[in-house]
Write a protein that binds this ligand. Sequence first.
Ligand code: FAD
Ligand code: NAP
Length: 600
Amino acid sequence: MPPVEIDAGRDQIKARIQELIDTNSVVVFSKSYCPYCTKVKELFNDLNVECNIIELDLMENGSNFQDLLMEMTGQKTVPNVFVNKTHVGGCDNTIKAHKDGLLQQLLGDKSEVYDYDLIVIGGGSGGLACSKEAANLGKKVMVLDYVVPTPKGTTWGLGGTCVNVGCIPKKLMHQTALMGTALQDARKFGWEFSEQVSHNWETMKTAVNNYIGSLNWGYRVSLRDKNVNYVNSYAEFVEPHKIKATNRRGKETFHTAAKFVLATGERPRYLGIPGDKEYCITSDDLFSLPYCPGKTLVIGASYVALECGGFLAGLGLDVTIMVRSILLRGFDQDMANRAGDHMETHGVKFLRKFVPVKVEELEAGTPGRLKVTAKSTETDEIFEGEYNTVLIAVGRDACTEKIGLDQAGVKVNPKNGKIPVNDEEQTNIPHIYAIGDILEGKWELTPVAIQAGKLLARRLYAGASLKCDYVNVPTTVFTPLEYGSCGHPEERAVELYGQENLEVYHSLFWPLEYTVPNRDNNRCYAKIICNKLDDNRVIGFHYLGPNAGEVTQGFGAAMKCGVTKEQLDNTIGIHPTCAEIFTTMEVTKRSGGDITQAGC
Ligand code: FAD
Ligand code: NAP
């Protein structure tokens, strides 16, 4: 903006104001520190409209300008906006004019006006949170969600991975398995039932999928209520501000926006061996499988593999887990192995240090019979096994390859397809943001995607500054004996701070509810890692026991507040619970003291 030379004369100032109005398509009389002025400036910037901004507070006689603007328009406050010689008004009026389409009319051909303020690609955990929040803040928003069917033809509704093929069906099926254990315990508590207990896969599958259907519908309704334009089409960039949307019937439409949020999530990875796509299933197929999977081989050893293998075994199926290297890479290995040992003692077989090389069909059916050949990662040993179902759970690939990111100039890590962003979830292209599972180096968890999406919308459209905090994120692996954690695994804490600067407190425990049925005595385990250099602050929390998600959530909040060992000791426990163990932990790992518990 050229500096405005001011003559003291009233008439001259008035003439200067008129000249600015007459010779610029957009003039904003503003003050450099005013948040409302910033909002209006951002709006024009988003619309790609050039405007002349007059910062009255930076001018010698800006107050005279303001007085005369009052005389000319009846408005004393800033911003004071003119578009093609028409007085639009202040911030609220300008935003409203934009929403009503009046601003676009006033700008006429001279502006490049976009169809939407925001287009969100992907209607999963992150995308839905972001689009609803942006619409709440008065923005014109479109969200596109499209599910590419699996090689087996499975597909599902709105809401993304968590709702349809992730957290929700997984937790409900895990719960089904826990009920089986509860039924066994029940007899010890005096319940008598004569019928033989058996489980019906189809009944469970139908009930779970009916619930998911109700969630899909709820999401549609809430998007409609919030005026978010939901489109069930596959989106890809054709220009930096333009996408092509292709629906199920192949019909193409084109849409533009000032800003974009990428929230396309991930899909299960296949092995690239003969027979994998033809005969195997992934978690995307499992939760709506129309028949009981029968004897199952699970390939992989992380969250998805252990959780699915765990609940299938809990339903009474014959389950083998093929582990390439270790269980739950990235987690505290002591905890991971304890969770695995518990599964093993409850009938899950582990085939360790093997990778599959081919899968062949012996007999078609629902389920059929498959032959799996695997080789050892350490010797020449070959393994052959027969199963009804092979579930591949070897990780997930970010859905970033086929969304035209090259057309928009967005950088992707070529090694893993993940998108690097700054601490405001902004990609290398300033008007394109990314959230959720596709981010490089971030947690792949629903609440993280939701938090990032909501906070991003608030920063973009409500002048907020709070960023998503990716540190000390609590999480739970829903293995048959659940494992909750927050903060560092012990190995990582040692790497960061050195063994000598840490104190690790730990204890085995026996939940009261396990005592009468006399099961899993001293299999549950609690551990905290404290940083001696920082007031014994808890930097790692680990819990293996029932209701791990519920327990870990509260301690996650405490860790966010910087809880120390002394504060835990000063917290009064709730008796009789499992979580109370964290208020009474005395034995350090260093001491080698006895950690078994005799009673309460
Ligand atoms: P998603 O929820 O995957 O949503 C992305 C959406 O975008 C999808 O609907 C996809 O079809 C759509 N899409 C992709 N490309 C396009 C395109 N070009 N055009 C239009 N639409 C497109 N997390 C937890 O916190 N707790 C759990 O217990 C848990 N359990 C899980 C269990 C399993 C089996 C799995 C697989 C995951 C689990 N997760 C869990 C992880 C959680 O589901 C994800 O972290 C979360 O869903 C990520 O959200 P998102 O918004 O990044 O992506
Ligand atoms: P993951 O964490 O990436 O783990 C992949 C697993 O597959 C590892 O055990 C890996 O073994 C193994 N593997 C990879 N390639 C293999 C191959 N060619 N042959 C044999 N094994 C192979 O993947 P995930 O379990 O799919 O989980 C993805 C994400 O979803 C997680 O990071 C998590 O955030 C999220 N999730 C969360 C929950 C929850 O919150 N409860 C539940 C499920 C998923 P190596 O260790 O040898 O590499």
